[in-house]
Design a protein around this ligand. Structure first.
Ligand SMILES: Cc1ncc(COP(=O)(O)O)c(C=O)c1O
Length: 369
């Protein structure tokens, strides 16, 4: 039976293998293993890609959000607004500080925070909003910027799924006070291990993230704040520099695959992802929606097609979040989406005949209904 993975890391590695192996050898030949020339170059190249003044490499996307919040002076007891439809790490990073996540439901078309529900949740304790650019499409940032100005609250973008995505022709991550990226190996720009980046135009935030990521290390033997070990290593940076050169191509391939899926699924009852006119979606995930999700997932699994659910349990209903006192029914759009969404295989090297096989299997599923 044919087997189609959700993401094919080997297919992504093959075309860049020689370049990557050379880069790894070059790092080993110097044994300069952390915050060296590759990390510095990656920071410059990524800042230039995002058109921000600063980029500071860190150990993961979770570190990026945590350090960005901390550097934007979010503190214990502050409230931070976020949607419950995200990867758990977004909320963990808020919790690390001792701040309170305050959830706001999603817009069911883009699966990102419903910006028109935010203002009702703002009070004197509200210090930040963390819009998450879900699945590779930007949240609706403009109304959040307006609230930020009106109430003096910070915007820390979670762009961990949105490398190269755009909102009003600006790169996701470059619009708020800081933008946070993950280089986890499944991401549109992923290393072969862990990694992350904070981008910002704010000098103070940039300097603080730089201090925090490396034990508060100001100069040799001097530590000016209590920091963390949140460094990116040279090997990952060397690999990411190679992959960054291909990021736009990877994203164009993903967009083209999404376009093919959209055209071929036109006649099925599936609800398809919608790219809004003011945003550029980079399809980290291609998420469809159907009330028969579990049945369809099983059907595809039996035909060798891997799928995913991003995510099955809304954050406010996670056991770890019980302390915040939310209950089922608090965020109906998120709760409904979590029961109906299904991520289909998408990666830059996905072949036309595999797309066809997936589409045929789904059409066959519906023909039997
Ligand atoms: C939306 C979102 N936020 C945060 C993270 C955390 O990134 P990392 O796994 O690199 O810590 C991820 C990655 O999985 C993510 O998808």
């Amino acid at each position: 039976m044919k087997k189609i993975p959700l993401i094919d890391l080997k297919a992504g590695f093959e075309p860049i293998k020689d370049e990557v192996m050379k880069a790894i050898e070059s790092v080993f030949s110097t044994m300069n293993l952390y915050i060296g020339p590759n990390v510095q170059a990656l920071e410059e190249e990524f800042a230039s890609y995002c058109k921000t003044k600063y980029a500071i490499a860190v150990g993961s996307g979770t570190d990026a959000i945590h350090l960005a919040l901390l550097s934007a002076r979010i503190r214990r007891g502050d409230e931070v607004i976020v949607s419950p439809n995200t990867f758990f790490a977004t909320v963990e990073a808020i919790a690390y500080i001792g701040a309170m996540p305050v959830f706001v439901d999603i817009d069911p078309v883009t699966y990102t925070i419903d910006t028109f529900l935010i203002e009702k949740k703002i009070n004197s304790k509200t210090k930040a909003v963390v819009p998450v650019h879900m699945y590779g499409q930007s949240a609706n940032i403009k109304p959040i910027m307006e609230l930020s100005e009106k109430y003096g609250i910070k915007i820390i973008e979670d762009a961990c799924q949105a490398h190269g995505a755009e909102y009003h022709n600006k790169k996701c991550g470059s619009i708020g006070d800081a933008g946070c990226f993950s280089f986890y190996f499944t991401k549109n720009l992923g290393g072969y291990g862990e990694g992350g980046m904070v981008v910002t135009n704010n000098h103070d935030i940039a300097e603080k993230v730089r201090l925090f990521r490396n034990h508060g290390h100001k100069s040799k033997y001097e530590h000016s704040v209590m920091g963390y070990n949140n460094r990116l290593d040279e090997l990952q940076a060397a690999i990411l520099r190679i992959k960054l050169k291909h990021l736009d191509n990877y994203n164009e391939n993903r967009r083209s695959i999404a376009k093919k899926y959209n055209a071929l699924f036109g006649s099925t009852p599936l609800i398809l992802p919608k790219e809004t006119a003011d945003r550029k979606h980079v399809y980290h995930l291609y998420v469809v929606r159907t009330p028969q999700r579990d049945e369809l997932q099983e059907y595809l699994n039996e035909r060798g097609i891997s799928t995913g659910i991003h995510y099955k349990v809304p954050i406010h209903l996670q056991e770890a979040c019980r302390v915040y006192g939310y209950k089922y029914g608090d965020f109906p759009e998120t709760e409904k989406a979590c029961k109906e969404i299904l991520s289909l295989p998408i990666y830059p090297e996905l072949k036309d005949n595999d797309i066809r096989y997936i589409v045929d299997a789904i059409k066959e599923f519906y023909s039997k209904k």
